[in-house]
Ligand binder design. Sequence first.
Ligand code: ADP
Ligand code: MG
Length: 604
Amino acid sequence: MTIIPENTEKPRIRILDPATVNQIAAGEVVERPASVVKELVENAIDAGAGSVTVSLTATKDTIGSIRVTDDGCGMSPADAELAFVPHATSKIRTLEDLNRVLTLGFRGEALATIAAVSRVTLVTKPRGSGAVPGTRIVIEGGNVLETAGTGAPDGTSILVENLFFNTPARKKFQKSKNTELAHIHDILEGICLSHPAVAFHLTYNGTEQLVTDRTTRPLDTIARLFGSEVIRDLVPVDASLPFLSITGFVSRPSLARKDRARMIVSVNQRFISSPAINDAIKAGYGTLLPKDRFPVAFLNLAIDTMLVDVNVHPAKKQIRLSREKEITEMVRASVQDALLARDLIPAAGHPAAMVPLVHEPPAAPVQSYDLSPPAAPAGVFECTHAGTASTDQRLRQTELAVDTEPTYLVSSLLPEIEVIGEFSGIYILARTPDNELLLIDQHAAHERILYEQVTGQTKESRPSQELINPVVLHRTPKEAAILNDLLPALALEGFVLEGFGGDAFLVRAVPVVLGRVEETTIIDEIISDLVSEEAAQAVSNRERITRIVACRGAVKAGTVCTREQCQRIVDQLRRMKNPFTCPHGRPTMIRFTRKELDTMFRRI
Ligand code: ADP
Ligand code: MG
C-alpha cells in the first residue's frame, strides 16, 4: 500500500459527484421499502392531505412498486422540479426554524434520495389552480427522463419502481417480501394513530389491507386498526404540564403482550420509537405486569417544540428530549393514574387470563422457590414453601400493621366480596353483590397485602425484630459473595445479618412483617431465594427483597383456610391500592359473570 502518493502535485482528495453523494445518503434515509412509504406518506401529510392512499404491488419475492397518492396542496411545475434537488425543502428556511418545526419533513432529502435509487414518476397539480396544468416528471437513478404538462387531479401521486436497482448491495440486504410488508404495516399504523384526522388506505396487489376514516375520535382509528375488542380493554390517559400533555390509551394488564410492538407513541404527531418512553409506560404498571409482559399503549405526547430535537437521524424515527427525566416521569405517573381507580379484574375466558406467565428458569439450583410445580400449568409461577407460622398468625400480622398509611382505605377498587368457600387450599370462592363469581388466589392475595404493607411503610428502613436465638447460615463461596453485597439492602428491609467467619452468616433480626419466626428454615429459604435469583433483573434489590419477603410471609398455597380466614384475606385485599395482581404481576382473582356461566352451560 502506498501512503505517500507518487505525484504530490495532483490532489488525492476529490469532491464526490452529486449522484454518488445521493446514493450514499440514500442508505440512511431509504433503508428499505417501508422507508419509502414513510417518507412519501409524511410528505402527503405535510401537504395537508385529508386522504392518503398507498398502493403496493409485489412480485413473487419482492415489493415491485409503491404508489402514494394524496389530495394535498400539490406542486406548481417549478416546485415539482425543485422537489427532487437535494436539500430542497419548502418547510424550513433557517436553523432557527428547526426549533419550531411542526412538519414531519424538513431535511429536503427524501425525494432526492428516493429518486437516486429507483425510478420515480411524479404527477402533481396545485390545489385549486384552475387552468394551470399538472406536471409529470419521470426520474431514474437521479436522471430526469421526462418533464411534461399533463391533466391531473388536485394533489400529488408518486410512483416508485425498481427500488435499489442501481445499489445491488442494498438490494441484496432486503428481507423477504412479508417482512417488508410487516414493516410497512407497522409504520402506517403508527402514522394513522398520530393523524386520526387523515383517512388512510393501503392496498396490496389491489386488495384492501388497511383503511381508516377521518375522525376526531382516536378510538375509532384504534378500532379500525386493531379490532373493536381491543377498545374494551383500554383506559384513557390524560395529563398535562405547562410544557407537555399526554393523551391516549393504555391497556388493562389483561391485554399484555410478550413484546413491546404495540406500544405506539407519537411526539407532536410524529410516530417515533423511544425506549425511554416505552420503559416509562411499563413502569406505570408497577406490579400490575410481570417483568416479561408489556402493555398495549397508544400515546400522543404534545411537547413544547423547543424541548424536542427531531434532527437526530435522517430517518427521524428517534428524537432527543430536553428534560427527559421530567417527561418520562410524567408518562409513568399518567399511566399509573389511569390504571389506579379502575376495576382491573380479568374476566374468565379472557385470553390473557388463560396465558400462563412465562418465567425464565433460575440461574442457580433452587431448593425451595419452585418455579414450575408439577401440579400447575407449565410456567405458572408458584411459591411452595414449608414454614410453620400458622395461618392465623400470618393473617394477624397483616391485620395489625400499624405503620401503614391508611390514606387509601377510604374507597375500595373491589366490590363487596362475600366468601362462599375454598377449593384445594389454593382458591377462595366468593361472590359480589352483582352476582358475579370470583375465584381468588389465596396466596397471591395475601402476598399482595404483605407487599403493600411493606412498601407503604413511611420509614426509610423497615422495622425488624430480634431473634431470640440467632440463626447461623452456611452458604457456598459464590452465594456468600452475593450475600455480602446484599447486606446493606437487607438491613434496610429489616434483616440484620453479619459475617460469621468463612462463608457463614449470623442472622440476628428479621423484618417484623414475617411475624414471630419460629422456624429457622424460612430465613434460610429467603436468603436462598435472594442469592439464587438472577441478579440481572429489572427491579432494584430493595424491590426484589420486598417481593420475596411478601411471598415468604404470606399464607401458603395449599393451606386450607377456614371461611372466616378467607373472609379476612379478602377484606384486607379490598383495602389495597392494587388488589388485582400479586407483586409478580400474576392476577389475584378472576371474575365469572352469571352470563358467562350461563353461556358455558348453554342456558342461553
Ligand atoms: P422535506 O419533506 O424534508 O421538505 P422531501 O424531499 O421529502 O423533503 O420533499 C421536498 C419538497 O417537495 C417538500 O418540501 C415539499 O415542498 C415538496 N413535496 C414533496 N411531496 C409533496 C406532496 N406529496 N405534496 C406537495 N408537496 C410535496
Ligand atoms: Mg419529506
